[in-house]
Ligand binder design. Structure first.
Ligand SMILES: Cc1ncc(COP(=O)(O)O)c(C=O)c1O
Length: 469
């Protein structure tokens, strides 16, 4: 079995829609390292797309799964419940920000958590509307695709989508969108598209993940809280990518001075086992009637056992602090390269949720440079992911349990990849994008044009608003 033969079999056996980034196949992995079927070693800064804050196969996590395997693997919690689900809900209720009464329900994927948060908000308010943000990623099911604020490649060809979903521009200083613009767009939305009394929920990522690791300005979150309080709207923080110590706090919304009503989470909760959930105000969580929430595998006992161990490891190994330390070291290394790599437009991040955005000499998003750096890093044994609406951002998702020596080795590889000449790009990556195939030149042009139109429209709306407030 080698990479080339597996690649041929993959192409014949599975559809191209499941875009695959690497042309090598995993054999085994441990903490921050992964080996392919030909024995080649990689340092894993992708972590299964933000799932492995506690690393590959943390001994405590594998021991917890093994112990649960000896007892039972599935009962369907709605049929025969088990104590570990209840105690995990208690732990999440206590660990999420706010001292108010909370309840938690578990599901399987991030998209399922988001879908259920919207169901709960609709049941609580009796209203249909949902407001999300441009550049957001909330999943691949039809409702979460409707919420996702990026057409290609996620939504292309899959409509129609569920209605009563609206998008606001995400405040982003580098992209020229101020919090004031975004708030004006919200007021405009209330005038033009939907009255606030028909809006069930506003959903926002505290740091946009797929959208480019863009942190939400804390004051903007506070302003959303005020708007939601004024109009009885449920505020949902989607922490699927930001949760479980990635940003230097257990949950990213701990960086804000205001509280969300509901939090969705998944990914790093269970160290690679599929588990997600919604935690929120008890009275909102109790809105759906019995049987309204759940799923055959929701809160699977193996995944729940893993999640208990993950929470233990985060506390015992002080991973929130480690996240801050490693994030600062990475940012310092990248900032130190600014003079030699003029394409670096911005280094940003909260805790260990760090990203670097690249622009060309004309100030335009530089997806080609981004992809070249990914390929050069991969050739040298470092697995990185891109993100961003224009595919011009590299995001760093190293396990927070990574040792210093491996972390420094990865930073040296990253530096070499950034400084290398273009013709030394590697060939291991077939698709140096992440959740999807990389944008083609045509696609990039259409994304660019789409964004320009989006900004023009915002400008026009603002001008209209100024003329006719
Ligand atoms: C913020 C956010 N929400 C939801 C999802 C969907 O999660 P899943 O792929 O587990 O359905 C993702 C996945 O990347 C995400 O980053």
């Amino acid at each position: 079995m080698n990479n080339a033969s597996l690649q041929r079999r993959r192409e014949a056996a599975s559809p191209r829609g499941v875009g695959v980034m690497c042309s090598f196949y995993a054999d085994r992995a441990s903490n921050a390292e992964l080996w392919d079927v030909e024995g080649r070693r990689y340092i894993d800064f992708a972590a299964g797309i933000a799932v492995l804050n506690t690393g590959h196969r943390h001994p405590k996590v594998t021991a917890a799964i093994a112990a649960q395997l000896e007892r039972f693997t599935h009962t369907a919690y709605q049929v025969v419940p088990y104590a570990s689900y209840v105690s995990l809900a208690e732990r999440i209720n206590a660990a999420t920000p706010g001292t108010h009464a909370k309840k938690t329900a578990f599901f399987t994927t991030g998209a399922e958590a988001v879908e259920n948060a919207i169901k709960i908000a609709r049941a609580h308010t009796g209203r249909p509307g949902v407001i999300a943000f441009g550049g957001a990623f909330h999943g691949r099911t039809l409702l979460t695709l409707a919420l996702t604020g990026k057409v290609a490649p996620y939504k292309t060809g899959f409509g129609p989508f569920p209605g009563d979903v609206y998008h606001l521009p995400f405040p982003n200083a580098l992209h020229g969108i101020t919090p004031e613009h975004a708030l004006e767009a919200l007021q405009q939305l209330f005038k033009v598209d939907i009255e606030p009394g028909r809006v069930a929920a506003i959903i926002v990522e505290p740091v946009q993940g797929e959208g480019g690791f863009n942190p939400l300005p804390p004051l903007f979150f506070q302003a959303l809280r005020t708007v939601c309080d004024q109009h009885g709207i449920v505020l949902i923080a989607d922490e699927v990518q930001t949760g479980f110590a990635r940003t230097g706090r257990l949950f990213a919304c701990e960086h804000f001075d205001a509280l969300p009503d509901l939090i969705t989470f998944a990914k790093s909760l269970a160290g690679g086992m599929p588990l997600s959930g919604v935690c929120g105000r008890a009275e909102i969580m109790d809105a759906p009637g019995p049987g309204g929430l759940g799923g055959t595998y929701a809160g699977n006992p193996l995944a729940v056992a893993a999640a208990h161990a993950v929470l233990d490891v985060i506390a015992e190994e002080r991973l929130t602090e480690r996240s801050q330390v490693l994030g600062e070291r990475l940012k310092a290394r990248l900032e130190g390269l600014h003079a030699q790599v003029p394409q670096i437009a911005e280094v940003r991040g909260l805790g260990g949720m760090v990203a670097v955005e690249f622009r060309n000499a004309e100030g335009q998003p530089d997806a080609a440079f981004t992809q070249a750096v990914l390929a050069r890093a991969l050739q040298r044994g470092l697995l990185l992911l891109s993100c961003g609406t224009h595919g011009n951002v590299i995001r760093f998702l190293f396990p927070l349990t990574i040792g210093d020596a491996v972390f420094d080795e990865a930073l040296d590889i990253l530096q070499a990849a950034l400084l290398a000449q273009p013709d030394t790009a590697g060939t291991n990556a077939t698709q140096p994008a992440t959740e999807s195939a990389p944008p083609t030149a045509d696609l990039r042009t259409s994304i660019k044009l789409g964004m320009r139109k989006h900004f023009d429209n915002i400008g026009k709306s603002l001008a209209r608003l100024e003329r006719n407030p």
